[in-house]
Design a protein around this ligand. Structure first.
Ligand SMILES: [Zn+2]
Length: 189
């Protein structure tokens, strides 16, 4: 006997199941929620997803998410462009911004170096970070990345890699905070 199957519903459940933290039951619940929407609501939902995909790109300077060439933080003249806080993920920027305590700029790596997972410096935005350090504007780099298992095993953290690159690039200013080296900068860390 053929199984009970409504193909469009099954495909919708499958899409939700691909989302992080969503199991089959939750996916089914969300799919039925979508089915219960009016045509207008469903259209708006679908268009919102497409618009987010189409409109959001990476800031040309800091690689944070942005709808324009430069993100609102990089465009803001009140932000201190001599300070860069290096984070792994755009969500880290949101977390810092919620504190209203940091008036510098960010650099979003979009990941961490992870030899065990085949992620090298070329796979994240280190090249873009080094480019920002080359014009003499930046005086302070704050590492707000998490130490990784690979970094611990390798005897150095991602922060050490970046800091070494920073110094090698001809800059001699000492960051007031380098989390991986155990130094702290109040207000931020
Ligand atoms: Zn930016």
């Amino acid at each position: 006997m053929a199984g009970y199957n409504i193909a469009s519903l099954a495909r919708l459940v499958e899409q939700f199941e691909r989302m992080p933290g969503i199991g089959h039951k939750s996916a089914q619940r969300l799919a039925f929620h979508v089915l219960a929407m009016s045509d207008a609501q469903a259209k708006q939902f679908a268009e919102t997803i497409l618009a987010a995909h189409d409109n959001i790109k990476q800031c040309e300077r800091c690689c944070n998410l942005s709808e324009e060439a430069l993100c609102p933080i990089c465009k803001n003249d009140a932000r201190d462009k001599s300070v860069i806080c290096v984070v792994e993920d755009p969500r880290d920027v949101m977390a810092f911004e919620r504190t209203h305590e940091f008036d510098g700029t960010y650099h979003v790596l979009h990941g961490v170096i992870s030899p065990m997972n085949g992620v090298g410096p070329e796979d994240i935005t280190i090249k873009e970070l080094l480019a920002r350090l080359s014009d003499g504007t930046v005086q302070e780099v704050i590492m707000a990345t998490n130490p990784t298992v690979e970094g611990e095993r390798g005897g150095r953290s991602d922060g050490d890699v970046y800091f070494a690159a920073f110094k090698a690039d001809g800059h001699h200013g000492q960051p007031a905070c380098l989390r991986c080296a155990g130094r702290r900068r109040s207000r931020v860390c």
